[in-house]
Design a protein around this ligand. Structure first.
Ligand code: ADP
Ligand code: ADP
Length: 217
C-alpha cells in the first residue's frame, strides 16, 4: 500500500514524474487537472463548471473537487495505492483526503515536494505541449517529442492547453503560493514531507523520487 501526494508548483514536473512513477510502482495516478480536462472534452456539467475557474487560473471549489476525487478513489484500481498529482491544493482538500483515506483504513504515506524556482516554473509552462490522447507532456526545448507536434507513445496530436496563456500561468503560480504552499508545513508537521530538487533532469528527478519512496517502504 502506498498513497503518495506529489507536491510542487504549476510546471514543477508532477505530471511528467507521476506518469513514469505509476508504471514503476504499478499504482494509478489521480491528476485532478486531467480529470477536469476529461470532463471539459466530454462537455459534462462538471466540465462546464470547472472551465470558468480553470480559464481564470483559479481553483475549482473544494466540494466539487473532493467529490470528483472521492468518486475516482472508490474504484477498485485504487485499493493498492495512488499517486495524487495536483491534489490536494488547499488545507480543506488535504483534510478531506485524510478523511477519505481514513475510511479505507489508509493514510498518506509520503509527500515528495518537487522544488523548482518560480522563474523556471514560468519557462516550463510556456513551452509545455500536451498529448490530446494520453495527456503525456512535452516541452518545446527541455523535452521535445521525436517528431514535432506528435506524441512519441501513441502518435496523438500535441496541443497547448487553453489555460497555458502567459496571464493565466502567472495567476496559477500566485494561487499556488497563496493557497497550496501552506500545505508544505501541513505535511512537514506530520513528518511525511520529503524535498526533491526539481531543477535536475527528468531522469534524475525520477531517480530521487524512487529513492525517497523506497526509503520509507
Ligand atoms: P498544472 O499542471 O499547471 O499545475 P493542473 O492540470 O494540475 O495544472 O490544473 C489545471 C487547473 O485545474 C487548475 O488551474 C485549477 O483550475 C484546476 N484544478 C486542478 N486540480 C485542482 C484542485 N485540486 N483543486 C482545485 N482546482 C484544481
Ligand atoms: P506539473 O504537472 O507540475 O504542472 P508538468 O509535468 O506538466 O508539470 O511539466 C511542465 C513542463 O516542464 C512540461 O513541458 C515538461 O515537459 C517540462 N518538464 C518537466 N520536468 C522537467 C525537468 N526536470 N526539466 C525540464 N523540463 C521539465
Amino acid at each position: 500500500m502506498m498513497y503518495i501526494v506529489l507536491m510542487g508548483g504549476p510546471g514543477a514536473g508532477k505530471g511528467t514524474q507521476a506518469k513514469q512513477l505509476q508504471k514503476e510502482l504499478n499504482i494509478p495516478q489521480i491528476a485532478t487537472g486531467d480529470l477536469f480536462r476529461e470532463n471539459l472534452r466530454n462537455e459534462t456539467e462538471l466540465g462546464k463548471l470547472a472551465r470558468t475557474y480553470m480559464d481564470a487560473g483559479e481553483l475549482v471549489p473544494d466540494e466539487v473537487t473532493v467529490a470528483m476525487v472521492k468518486d475516482r478513489l472508490s474504484q477498485p484500481d485504487c485499493a493498492q495505492g495512488v499517486i495524487f498529482d495536483g491534489f490536494p491544493r488547499t488545507i480543506a482538500q488535504a483534510d478531506a483526503l485524510s478523511a477519505l483515506l481514513g475510511e479505507m483504513g489508509e493514510q498518506v504515506h509520503i509527500v515528495p515536494y518537487i522544488h523548482v524556482d518560480p522563474a523556471i516554473l514560468l519557462k516550463r509552462l510556456a513551452g509545455r505541449w500536451t498529448c490530446s490522447t494520453c495527456g503525456r507532456v512535452y516541452h518545446a526545448l527541455f523535452n521535445p517529442p521525436q517528431q514535432s507536434g506528435i506524441c512519441d507513445l501513441d502518435g496523438g496530436t500535441l496541443y497547448q492547453r487553453d489555460d497555458d496563456t502567459e496571464e493565466t500561468q502567472k495567476r496559477r503560480i500566485d494561487v499556488y503560493f497563496e493557497q497550496t504552499a501552506p500545505l508544505l508545513d501541513y505535511y512537514r508537521d506530520k513528518g511525511i514531507l520529503v524535498e526533491i530538487n526539481g531543477e535536475q533532469s527528468i531522469a534524475q528527478v525520477q531517480k530521487d523520487l524512487i529513492q525517497a519512496i523506497r526509503n520509507i517502504a
